[in-house]
Design a protein around this ligand. Structure first.
Ligand SMILES: *Cc1c(COP(=O)(O)O)cnc(C)c1O
Length: 426
């Protein structure tokens, strides 16, 4: 049989890839790739248990187990045998309705099922939005620094230009709105905010969210609100959904059950249009979203079918227990790092599961930068922390405090010993 491909012809050039292309793609920084490199430094002969402060998936720890309500809901959906078929591209209607109702509880402009698209985790919701935006010629998008590197990786894949604005550590990581105005131009299509914050553990105030919306309006762009940590708030500021400002500028909210219900492996997320003035609709964005989703595979139908019961019947005790655990962990982390000379923590985390701390390598002996710090820390103390460069800030560290309380205390103790041992002699 000859289909036009002879084995001799099959060379990398045949497919249009060069070694350089492959290298370029592999060079995209993701949290996963950086953590893989850090963990490769772990010393297998070290008898100390490994402590992971690096990632945002605490589901393996006993104090971060999901609620039995969620497990029972999935089991019931699966056993019913009613959800073994394909789901529509936008998701099954009862799940879309339940998500609309669930999110509407905290919104002035209520959502309907039509505003909700079910995605494979929040990750796919991000993929969908960025891919849709990248179809506009010369478009650029504004991303926070520090941020969540998947946005950069995905935008680069879609050839969507990225421009960064800073979050200001001295101002509880608020958006530098002057910078936003300075970097935007007529090709800017959207600004991304992540609230509650990853990697900063901050929560934006009502006033600040309103100012972000007003800036977006002034620039004629939409807001993409990553609220994957919605309601994981344990400080002074309550979590307020960006959707409440959608009459000022249109908002696309992305989220999932991954973080709040501690089931990131279930891959159930959403993309939600907060568009009371039909601006996104008039500009054809919705048609694009549907076209794109028709090309994707979506979350398992029985997980979708479990969503109404999960959202409607999870009791508040489950949420408050998780919030209390996170608040205690944030306190321990903040209080015990305060007196480490090489580390500065600008503000106590108020949400999500992370804190960003500044590393002063000038007071450390034989530590080049954040990557070197984290590699040596893994090697010497079996503690894994994410170097800040992975989220856009060199010589900072992102610490995930969503770990078992005993491991948190032990891990911070080792981190402090490491800093002490590497401190420059006066
Ligand atoms: C974890 C995370 C995501 C991805 O969420 P999934 O539901 O697991 O796909 C998206 N954005 C941010 C900021 C995250 O931390």
């Amino acid at each position: 049989m000859n289909n036009g491909f002879s084995t001799e012809e099959v060379s990398p050039q045949r497919w249009g890839f060069t070694a350089d292309d492959v290298k370029k793609t592999a060079a995209c920084v993701t949290v996963r790739s950086v953590l893989a490199e850090i963990t490769s430094n772990l010393n297998p002969l070290d008898s100390k248990p490994i402590i992971l402060f690096g990632h945002g998936d605490p589901s393996s720890f006993s104090c971060f187990q999901t609620t039995p309500v969620a497990v029972d809901s999935v089991e019931a959906a699966l056993r019913s045998s009613k959800f073994n078929g394909y789901a529509p591209a936008a998701g099954i209607l009862p799940a879309r309705m339940a998500i609309a109702d669930h999110l509407s509880k905290n919104l002035n402009d209520k959502l309907s099922a039509d505003d909700v698209y079910i995605t494979t985790g929040c990750t796919q919701a991000i993929e969908v939005v960025l891919s849709v935006l990248s179809t506009r010629p010369n478009a650029n998008i504004l991303l926070p620094r520090p941020g969540f590197p998947f946005y950069e990786a995905r935008a680069s894949h879609d050839h969507l230009e990225v421009r960064h604005f800073d979050l200001i550590p001295e101002k509880d990581w608020e958006v530098d709105l002057d910078a936003v105005e300075a970097i935007a131009d007529e090709n800017t299509v959207a600004i991304v905010i992540i609230n509650p914050g990853n990697p900063c553990g901050n929560i934006f105030t009502y006033q600040h969210l309103k100012k972000i919306a007003e800036t977006a309006r002034k620039l004629g762009i939409m807001v993409i609100a990553d609220e994957v940590y919605n309601h994981l708030a344990f400080g002074n500021n309550p979590f307020i959904p960006m959707g409440n400002f959608s009459s000022i500028a249109p908002v696309i909210t992305v989220g999932s059950i991954s973080k709040r219900w501690l089931v990131p492996g279930w891959r159930l997320g959403w993309l939600v249009l907060n568009d009371p003035h039909d601006i996104l609709k008039k500009h054809g964005i919705i048609g694009h979203i549907i076209d794109f989703m028709n090309m994707c595979s979506n979350p398992a139908t029985f997980i979708q079918a479990a969503i109404p019961k999960i959202l409607e019947t999870t009791n508040d005790d489950f949420f408050s227990k998780i919030i209390d655990t996170l608040r205690d962990a944030a306190d321990v982390c903040y209080d015990s790092l305060k007196d480490v000379p090489s580390i500065t923590c600008h503000s106590k985390p108020e949400g999500s599961m992370f804190v960003m701390v500044k590393l002063d390598v000038s007071v450390l002996e034989n530590i080049l930068d954040d990557m070197d710090f984290c590699s040596k820390l893994a090697k010497e103390e079996s503690v894994v922390i994410l170097p800040g460069f992975a989220v856009g800030l060199k010589n900072w560290l992102r610490i995930s405090f969503a770990v078992e309380p005993a491991s948190l205390i032990e891990g911070i103790k080792r981190l402090k010993e490491f800093c002490k041992r590497h401190a420059k002699k006066q």
